[in-house]
Design a protein around this ligand. Structure first.
Ligand code: ZN
Length: 442
C-alpha cells in the first residue's frame, strides 16, 4: 500500500497535456500528497520514492466525462455510485458529472451534497453532480439553481427530457448569466419524437420501426441558441446528433454566444445500420438515436474542427431484464464509460483525423472549460488526476467484464485500439492493469 506522502515518480511516458498544449516524449512526473510536485521538491530523499515505468505509454491529465447517469438515488439495480465510480476508473476517467434525472431527482442542495460526499468517500473518481433545471423534472417551475450551485452542482439539466417551455428556458438561461455553470439541454421536440424508437430514414423504413427525424433535435437547438442570444446565458447542448444542430452551433459561434456542445462516442462510431445488424436487439436503442453515415461524418468533422469541444459518453446503464424487452418497450441507453476512450481513439486518432493534444482536449480541457472548473494542467501544485494510456493496445469489447452494472452496449464484440491501463485520482492509483482498486467508505 502506498503511503500518501510517498513520492510516485512516473518516468518514460509521453506526456500529453491539452490544458497547456504540450506533447513531450520520454518525460517524467512526480506526485506526492495528492498533487504534482517538482523534481526539486523530492530531491532531498526524505521520502520513499516509488518508480513507475511508463515507457511506451501516454500520460494525460484529468479525463472528464461530463454526461453520465449513475442512477443513484433510486435506481440502484441499474447502477450505483460504487459501480459507477468503478466503471469510471476502469475507463480512465477522474471526473464524472452525473445527470440529475434520478429518483428522486437532484433538485435540492442536499442531494447534490450527498452525491458529492458519497463520491469522495468511495474515493475512485470525483463526482461533480448536475442539478436539475426544473423542480421534479416537471418542466413547470425552475429549481433553485443558485442553491444547487452553492451545494456543488457544476451544471443544470433536465436530461432525459427537453425543457419544452421556451419561457422557462429563457428564465433558466437568464439566471445562468450570474451563475458559473451552464444550462445543459436535451434538445428534442417532444411532439415529433413521441412514439419513435430510432432515426427516421431508410433503415427505419426497412425495419418497420417508427423513426424520429433529426430535425426534432435541431428545432430545439435553434430555439435555445436564439434564447442564449436573447439572454446572454450559458448554453450547452447535450449529445448532439443532427446537421441542423451543427448549423445552429456554427451560427452561435459566429455570433459570439456562450454556446457549447458535446457528442457521444457511439454517435461517432456507429450508424443506424447497427439497428438492423443487431436484428431488433434494443441494445442499439438510444436517445438521440444512432444516425446515418452522412450525419456521423459531419459529427466527426465537428469534433475535429472544435465546433464541438466535448466528447461525453451519456453512460446510461440498464438492468439486463429491462433491455430484454421488445424494441418498442425497452429503455433508451448505452453503458459507455468503459468503451468511451477506446472508441474515441479508434475513430479519431488511429484514423489519422486528430493529433493527441486536440483529441484529449475534447475529453479534458473541453469539458473543464464548459463547466468552468479551471484546472491548470500538469503544473506543480495541481491535483494529481491523470491516466496512463496504451494507445496501441488492441482489445475486443466484452461487456461481461464491465465494472458497470449495465452491460447494454452495441459496441460489444467491436475491436478497438487504445485503452487506459492506469488511472490516478487525487494522487492515488484507482485502476492499474485493468483492475480497479477496492472502493473506500463501504
Ligand atoms: Zn439526454
Amino acid at each position: 500500500m502506498t503511503n500518501r506522502d510517498d513520492v510516485i515518480r512516473i518516468r518514460g511516458a509521453r506526456i500529453i497535456d491539452p490544458f497547456r498544449g504540450i506533447d513531450v516524449k520520454d518525460d517524467e512526473l512526480h506526485v506526492a500528497g495528492g498533487r504534482i510536485v517538482s523534481r526539486d521538491d523530492v530531491r532531498d530523499g526524505s521520502r520513499p520514492v516509488r518508480v513507475v515505468d511508463a515507457h511506451g505509454l501516454w500520460l494525460v491529465p484529468r479525463l472528464t466525462d461530463m454526461h453520465v447517469h449513475l442512477r443513484s438515488p433510486g435506481q440502484e439495480w441499474k447502477e450505483d455510485l460504487v459501480s459507477g465510480s468503478q466503471a469510471a476508473a476502469a475507463g480512465g476517467f477522474t471526473i464524472v458529472a452525473p445527470m440529475g434525472n434520478t429518483d428522486p431527482p437532484v433538485d435540492i442542495p442536499s442531494l447534490v451534497e450527498w452525491q458529492r460526499h458519497r463520491g469522495d468517500a468511495i474515493g475512485l473518481v470525483r463526482i461533480f453532480p448536475i442539478g436539475t433545471i426544473t423542480h421534479g423534472l416537471q418542466g413547470e417551475r425552475l429549481a433553485d439553481l443558485y442553491t444547487l450551485e452553492q451545494a456543488g452542482a457544476v451544471g443544470f439539466s433536465d436530461d432525459g427530457r427537453v425543457v419544452a417551455s421556451a419561457r422557462l428556458m429563457r428564465a433558466a438561461l437568464s439566471y445562468s448569466v450570474s451563475l458559473r455553470h451552464p444550462i445543459i439541454e436535451h434538445a428534442e421536440d417532444r411532439a415529433l419524437a413521441e412514439g419513435t424508437v430510432m432515426h427516421e430514414g431508410d433503415v427505419s423504413q426497412r425495419l418497420g420501426l417508427p423513426g424520429v427525424p433529426e430535425q426534432a433535435e435541431a428545432l430545439i437547438a435553434w430555439r435555445d441558441v436564439e434564447l442564449a442570444g436573447l439572454t446572454g446565458g450559458r448554453l450547452h447542448l447535450a449529445h448532439v446528433s443532427s446537421l441542423g444542430t451543427l448549423a445552429a452551433l456554427a451560427y452561435a459561434k459566429r455570433s459570439g454566444l456562450t454556446v457549447s456542445a458535446e457528442v457521444t462516442p457511439h454517435h461517432l462510431y456507429l450508424t443506424d445500420e447497427a439497428v438492423e445488424a443487431w436484428d431488433y436487439n434494443p441494445v442499439t436503442k438510444v436517445n438521440p438515436p444512432l444516425r446515418p453515415q452522412s450525419i456521423r461524418q459531419a459529427l466527426i468533422e465537428a469534433v475535429v474542427s472544435g465546433l464541438v469541444p466535448v466528447i461525453a459518453s451519456d453512460h446510461a446503464p440498464h438492468h439486463a431484464d429491462e433491455k430484454a424487452q421488445p424494441y418498442s418497450a425497452a429503455p433508451y441507453g448505452i453503458s459507455g464509460l468503459e468503451t468511451s476512450l477506446g472508441t474515441v481513439l479508434t475513430v479519431l486518432l488511429h484514423s489519422g483525423r486528430m493529433n493527441p493534444v486536440d483529441l484529449f482536449a475534447r475529453l479534458s480541457k473541453g469539458p473543464d472549460q464548459v463547466m468552468g472548473l479551471n484546472y491548470p494542467g500538469l503544473l506543480t501544485g495541481a491535483e494529481a488526476d491523470l491516466t496512463l494510456i496504451d494507445p496501441n493496445a488492441r482489445w475486443t469489447v466484452d461487456p461481461a467484464r464491465f465494472y458497470s452494472k449495465g452491460h447494454n452496449t452495441p459496441m460489444a464484440g467491436e475491436q478497438l485500439t487504445g485503452r487506459a491501463v492506469a488511472t490516478m485520482c487525487r494522487g492515488r492509483w484507482t485502476m492499474r492493469d485493468g483492475e480497479v482498486l477496492e472502493a473506500d467508505g463501504e
